[in-house]
Design a protein around this ligand. Structure first.
Ligand code: ADP
Ligand code: MG
Length: 566
């Protein structure tokens, strides 16, 4: 240290003694760099305006030599993300002793988070909120020193530095995350879109608690012989499990036999999970997108004519907009948008799908003339989606046999155990139902060019990006409903989506000329590897997690003020 502008050890304590008893607002004078006892550095990024405002934001930095982690824990981008994930969970446990500290540790997923990053020199930065003490709106210099000058170094020493006792745990965490990431990247070369390891535990504690279930009677996953594959992982070695091949995969079975639980595990398989989660080796292709019905959403100039045609009133559907989509048109729009922006795998669950978009059986075809029915069901284009566009589908459908005709693979869940019933399904499908296909192919989707001015993240002259729970993003003057974007993990993830939209506009990636897919390619470059957190930092100092292009596209597509050219 000793750089210009960095206050040396002792100066923070002196400054806080000086400020003791002063008006609360003078905490603002702390913004800047300070040296902490123990060889750590503190940066006060934002002070708190008053005791009831959101906590001050600070960053604690530990130099690589001081942190002392062996190089193999941080010598690649994925290892740095994993080590940061392990460190931030430890830091959150240590910080919990003091209610003034707010550390975003994340849940079961190991995302790149702003709350903790590891640099390519092995340095560690922890970013957290600190509620600065202010009885009667006065600075309490002594209490503030205890938090900043004693509490933070304690956390840094006990959570952010290498210690021999916990070394094996850190190495295990990093190894598990790396294996998961490698497994996901290997899927394409194996011809797979997902993998579920033998022994995986898929059910969760409850619908509101994402930790692994721990009641009796849990059935660990076991791959059916026909779909069993072995994959070599860098740390765990050979691992066996069910490979879900590219193409159309149908998951069938009776109600309550574990179909949705399997699909849900695939949805979250685009992220890595913490050891002990049960889904550490459940992965899905990185471009896997969950699709569902979402009546009421807005749709802006999406080409949905593959699924919707001649609407009552004659509205064109190759260029379809509505402020209030129906179940089926919302799902058609979400599907077409996902294909437009590069999804390679679609996941659909009958529980949350619009049945009239999924199927139209022989009897209904006989009763309602095609000319009177605007919808062409997915069953008639799902094969072409793969054959002509390289987009695979995994579909949970226990209620209709029409998909047996078009599935490459049929997996039956029975008492939480998967069986490959493809051969039997073929026999059943050989008996004609009299149903006629309503489309020969999926025609593709016209690309859109969003106008950046319609995605302005500022409100009253300032950037405003905030999460309202996991469900809503506040982006400038817009409130974006993300309840149906099911692969978002938590509030900080929602903030990351908002920051990514802001970045797309600020860097000029969205310029009204580029297609949305082209702009997202540029965003992917910005967010790749270790740059992800760095690219989104700075505008904003709240906690965030780095999203994929698909979450960013989903949010942008739900901005009601969105305007696009085509
Ligand atoms: P489906 O979609 O087939 O109706 P779900 O996936 O919703 O079934 O699962 C029904 C219930 O079974 C849920 O409460 C879920 O937690 C539980 N469950 C799912 N998989 C397992 C399993 N492998 N072992 C034990 N319980 C499970
Ligand atoms: Mg279900």
């Amino acid at each position: 240290m000793g750089d210009v502008g960095v206050a040396g050890v002792g100066e923070l304590e002196r400054e806080l003694r000086r400020l003791d008893g002063a008006a609360y607002g003078r905490y603002r004078g702390l913004v800047g760099e300070w040296e902490l006892p123990g060889g750590f550095a503190l940066r006060v990024v934002r002070a708190q305006a008053d005791p009831y405002a959101p906590p001050a934001r600070v960053a604690v930095r530990v130099r690589g030599e001081r942190a002392g982690f062996p190089g193999e824990l941080w010598d690649s981008p994925v290892r740095r993300r994993a080590l940061a994930g392990w460190l931030v969970r430890r830091a959150a446990r240590e910080a919990a002793r003091e209610s003034a500290f707010h550390v975003d540790a994340g849940g079961q997923e190991v995302l790149a988070r702003s709350s903790c990053t590891v640099g390519d020199d092995g340095s560690v930065t922890l970013r957290l909120g600190v509620a600065l003490p202010g009885p009667r709106r006065r600075i309490d210099g002594r209490a503030a020193w205890e938090l900043l000058g004693e509490g933070l170094p304690w956390i840094a020493e006990h959570a952010l530095c290498h210690d021999g006792e916990r070394a094996a745990e850190a190495a295990g965490f990093v190894a598990a995350v790396e294996d998961s990431a490698v497994l996901r990247e290997r899927l394409p070369e194996l011809g797979l879109v997902a993998f579920v390891a033998d022994g995986a535990l898929l059910p969760r504690r409850s619908g509101a608690d994402d930790r692994p279930a721990r009641r009796g009677g849990l059935v660990p996953f076991r791959a059916p012989e026909e779909l069993r594959v072995t994959v070599d992982l860098p740390n765990a070695g050979a691992v066996t499990g069910m490979g879900v091949p590219a193409g159309v995969t149908l998951v069938v079975g009776g109600g309550f036999h574990g179909k949705s639980t399997l699909l849900r595990a695939l949805e979250t398989g685009v992220w890595d999970h913490v050891p002990g989660d049960g889904r550490e080796r459940v992965v899905a292709h990185r471009d896997t997108v969950k699709i569902r019905a979402e009546d009421g959403r807005s749709v802006c100039r999406v080409d949905v004519h593959a699924f919707v045609d001649h609407l009552p009133g004659g509205a064109g559907t190759a260029d379809f907009s509505t402020p209030d989509a129906s179940g089926s048109t919302s799902q058609a729009a979400s599907l077409c948008e996902a294909v437009e922006t590069g999804a390679r795998v679609l996941l659909i669950d009958e529980d949350t799908a619009a049945s009239n978009l999924m199927i139209r059986d022989a009897r209904m075809q006989a009763l309602v003339a095609k000319e009177r029915e605007p919808l062409t069901p997915l069953v008639d284009s799902v094969r072409s989606l793969h054959r002509d566009h390289g987009v695979s589908t995994v579909l949970v459908m226990g209620g209709s046999g029409d998909y047996l005709d078009v599935a490459d693979r049929v997996v039956m869940m029975d008492d939480y155990r998967p069986y490959d019933v493809t051969a039997r399904a073929r026999e059943v499908a050989a008996v004609p139902t009299g149903r006629r296909a309503e489309a020969l192919s999926f025609p593709g989707v016209t690309a859109r060019r969003p106008e950046p001015a319609s995605l302005d993240a500022s409100a009253r002259g300032r950037t405003r990006v905030r999460a309202r729970g996991t469900d809503h993003l506040v982006l400038g003057e817009n409130e974006v409903d993300l309840r149906a974007v099911e692969q978002l993990v938590d509030g900080p993830h929602v903030v990351g989506v908002g920051l990514a939209v802001e970045l797309l506009v600020r860097r000029g990636h969205l310029d009204g000329q580029r297609t949305l897919a082209e702009a997202l390619d540029l965003l992917d470059r910005d967010l790749a590897g270790p740059g992800g957190v760095a690219a989104l930092l700075g505008v904003h100092d709240d906690d965030f997690a780095v999203p994929r292009r698909h979450e960013v596209a989903a949010a942008l597509n739900r901005v009601r003020a969105l305007r696009v050219r085509r």
